[in-house]
Design a protein around this ligand. Structure first.
Ligand SMILES: CC(C)(COP(=O)(O)OP(=O)(O)OC[C@H]1O[C@@H](n2cnc3c(N)ncnc32)[C@H](O)[C@@H]1OP(=O)(O)O)[C@@H](O)C(=O)NCCC(=O)NCCS
Length: 170
């Protein structure tokens, strides 16, 4: 497996494979910031818009490719706030459903953290639906769980659910 940085052309070439990651996430009850019902077109457009804003310096889109196929992806977004340029958010970390539990997500997260360090960021944060596999995934990787905000976002089934918030000092 290799982890590569995606640009717009690569996202366009692999639109279906990337879209599948977000469709699989929705099928697992994880919205990743996107409202249901999620279509392949909307999912592909989301990756494209992230690639369009990528700058290689705190805004980076990474994909895990195995046997020539995208099996996972994740996004690092440096904060836009003038006084928060040292801070970044991990977004849209998703692994294909049939490849979960084999280290792909962990490898992507490690790579995103390395890219954040290389860009000079000193603080990362993220949020995910509380009490999910993803919630324990970050807790097991040294991220500090600051707490839970009730009713933060809608799950794909339409229910408004609490989210857990995490940070990692670099
Ligand atoms: C959360 C997610 C990115 C993790 O990716 P992954 O490739 O499964 O992660 P890893 O294999 O590196 O680690 C998964 C952990 O769960 C365990 N696990 C076991 N079986 C598993 C399975 N079938 N599926 C997922 N995790 C499993 C792994 O052993 C590992 O345990 P550890 O934390 O003690 O190391 C992935 O499950 C996913 O895409 N979920 C849906 C989208 C989502 O929730 N994204 C996060 C939103 S912020």
């Amino acid at each position: 497996m290799e982890i590569v940085e995606l640009d717009v052309a690569m996202v366009d070439a692999r639109a279906d494979e990337l879209a599948q990651l977000l469709l699989d996430a929705h099928a697992s009850g994880m919205a990743l910031g996107l409202a249901a019902p999620l279509t392949a077109g909307r999912a592909a457009a989301e990756w494209r818009s992230l690639a369009e804003r990528a700058d290689g310096d705190g805004r980076v889109l990474l994909a895990a490719i195995d046997d020539g196929v995208v099996v996972g992806a994740g996004h690092l977004a440096r904060a836009d706030a003038e006084n928060g340029r040292h801070r970044g958010e991990i977004q849209r970390l998703a692994v294909r459903a049939d490849r979960r539990g084999a280290g792909v997500g962990g490898a992507l997260l490690d790579a995103l953290v390395l890219r954040a360090r290389a860009a000079g960021l000193s603080l990362l944060w993220l949020t995910t639906h509380a009490d999910t596999r993803s919630d324990s995934f970050y807790a097991a990787r040294g991220w500090t769980r600051t707490g839970v905000v009730p009713g933060w976002s809608q799950r794909p089934d339409g229910e408004r659910v609490p989210n857990a918030f995490f940070y990692l000092e670099l």
